[in-house]
Design a protein around this ligand. Structure first.
Ligand code: NOJ
Length: 500
């Protein structure tokens, strides 16, 4: 029996590798559609700094990062990489690399310091106006995320944040304020970034703000539910009052690692699909099919909230595009658990495995413990979205890998990040192949423009195309991966040929 499983596993490895080797090609810019968007991404809290300047209120991440023990290197994002003051320099770098789009987020508490939407901070509006104007002057399209995890602290303290349904109303006011102030120039909106992370890491594992853990697993499902309702409300306002006039699009960003069934057994295949339901389906099924996935309802019963008819109506097709944040892949094996067990991971009855049968790792490991480099997984997840949701427009809104912060190696070695270059070549080949498979992929954003504050991991991990010298005045230095993109993006005729 054991030998049969191993033989099946090795056969799977052979098939996947064979399939992949035939499409692993060196691409040029013209291999992608002419209007395909190439961009870079960041989020406000991770890069802006200026945490208490120009009238900004505190966010839950400001307060979380100030508590000793929450951030592994004892750091915070009070200054971060100081984008708030250095944005002109940063925009010049984006333009120099040849990216035509920049995905960034607005800090809610810069616009409404107490979150309530009664007192607007005009300095915040001025800042983002200047910033958006500077992007457009440099021929860079803004892709704006309204919520990338930095909830105004007052909304948590005074009413329970995402646990309270009232938040939908406050989010809607904030969103509308952004549409009306910036929507004449912003044509691509994202309501919420990775709602799963806010729910699971904010309310179950507790490693993200607000750091709640183990209280009741149903809290996490309520937090997810309210994010969906907030998304739907904001989209409805946009569609009813702004979209026609401003001519923009609006979407939601979900995160999903690919789940590959470890074997072809029905149990493993179901477990892999169930795992995808607990990531993607949790957010996209209510939008495309009007309710949470059956598998979730079956396992969670009434811990999973219910949608009213009005909620369903608002959610129905409430996105112009799916934003996908994708980094890595795991094998999934069925794992029987006691069904009384409501733990988010155990209830899925799906073990995540990072090794092929036989013990070889699924891919090379990046710095973060969860990140293995598996480019073929991106092709599979794009095809899965295409099949399950009837081929919606998709933007890969984040994709990238990290290096360990290492202050001992020679500086030039830190910049010569060959592994990141091969990561991007592989994952772009996967996107290209997905387009050939028929998936409607419209754009791709590298995470990240530059090294930045990696949440609970502080500055220990570096995801940037651009190196930030934290020990020397936050100076910016292009890594090899930035030069690689520069040559790739400027090669409009494909004359550079193969890029090494
Ligand atoms: C997804 C998140 O949106 C982003 O903020 C984070 O830095 C990257 N993943 C890398 O972990």
């Amino acid at each position: 029996m054991g030998t049969t499983i191993l033989a099946d596993g090795l056969e799977k490895k052979r098939k996947i590798e064979e399939e992949w080797s035939s499409i692993y090609l060196s691409l040029t810019r013209p291999d992608f559609p002419p209007h395909f968007t190439f961009g870079v991404a960041t989020s406000a809290f991770q890069v802006e700094g200026a945490w208490n300047e120009d009238g900004k209120g505190s966010s839950i991440w400001d307060s979380f990062a100030h508590v000793p023990g929450n951030i592994c290197d004892g750091s915070n994002a009070d200054v971060a990489v100081d984008k708030y003051h250095r944005y002109k320099e940063d925009i010049e770098l984006i333009a120099k690399l040849g990216f035509k789009a920049y995905r960034f987020s607005i800090s809610w508490s810069r616009i409404f310091p107490d979150g309530f939407g009664t007192e607007i901070n005009l300095e915040g509006i001025r800042h983002y106006n200047n910033f958006i104007n500077a992007l457009i002057e440099n021929d860079i399209q803004p892709y704006v995320t309204l919520y990338h995890w930095d909830l105004p602290l007052n909304l948590l303290n005074s009413m329970g944040g995402w646990l309270n349904e009232q938040i939908v109303k406050y989010f809607a006011i904030y969103a509308e304020t952004c549409f009306s102030n910036f929507g004449d120039r912003v044509k691509n909106w994202i309501t919420i970034n990775e709602p799963l992370q806010t729910a699971v890491n904010g309310y179950c594992t507790g490693v993200y703000a607000p750091g709640k853990c183990g209280n009741s697993s149903s809290e996490m499902y309520l937090v997810a539910h309210h994010q969906l309702l907030a998304h739907a409300e904001a989209v409805s306002i946009y569609k009813n009052k702004y979209k026609d006039k401003q001519g923009g699009e609006i979407g939601l960003v979900v995160d999903c690692e690919w789940s590959e069934a470890l074997s072809d057994s029905i149990e493993d295949r179901n477990a892999a699909t169930r795992r995808l339901d607990f990531q993607l389906g949790w957010y996209l099924d209510p939008i495309y099919y009007g309710d949470y996935p059956e598998t979730m309802r079956e396992k969670l019963g009434d811990s999973l909230p219910h949608f009213s008819e009005r909620d369903k109506e608002l959610l129905n097709n409430s996105i112009d595009f799916v934003g996908l944040n994708h980094y890595t892949t795991r094998f999934v094996r069925h794992a029987k658990t006691d069904l009384e067990d409501n733990d988010f991971y155990r209830v899925q009855e799906a073990d995540r495995i990072a090794e092929w049968e036989g013990g070889e790792m699924i891919g090379e490991k990046a710095a973060s413990s969860w990140l293995y480099i598996v480019p073929w997984g991106l092709r599979k997840v794009l095809n899965y979205i295409c099949t399950r949701y009837n081929n919606p427009p998709v933007y890969v809104t984040e994709n990238g890998m990290d290096d360990e912060d290492d202050s001992t190696s020679p500086f030039h070695e830190r910049l010569d990040n060959k592994l990141r270059v091969s990561y991007y070549k592989g994952y772009l080949a996967a996107v290209h192949q997905a387009i050939k498979d028929g998936c409607d992929v419209r754009g791709y954003f590298a995470w990240s423009l530059m090294d930045n504050f990696e949440w609970h991991l502080g500055y220990t991990k570096r995801f940037g195309l651009i190196y930030v010298d934290y020990r020397n005045g936050l100076t910016r230095h292009l890594k090899s991966s930035a030069y690689w993109f520069l040559r790739f993006l400027k090669d409009e005729q494909g004359k550079n040929g193969k890029l090494d």
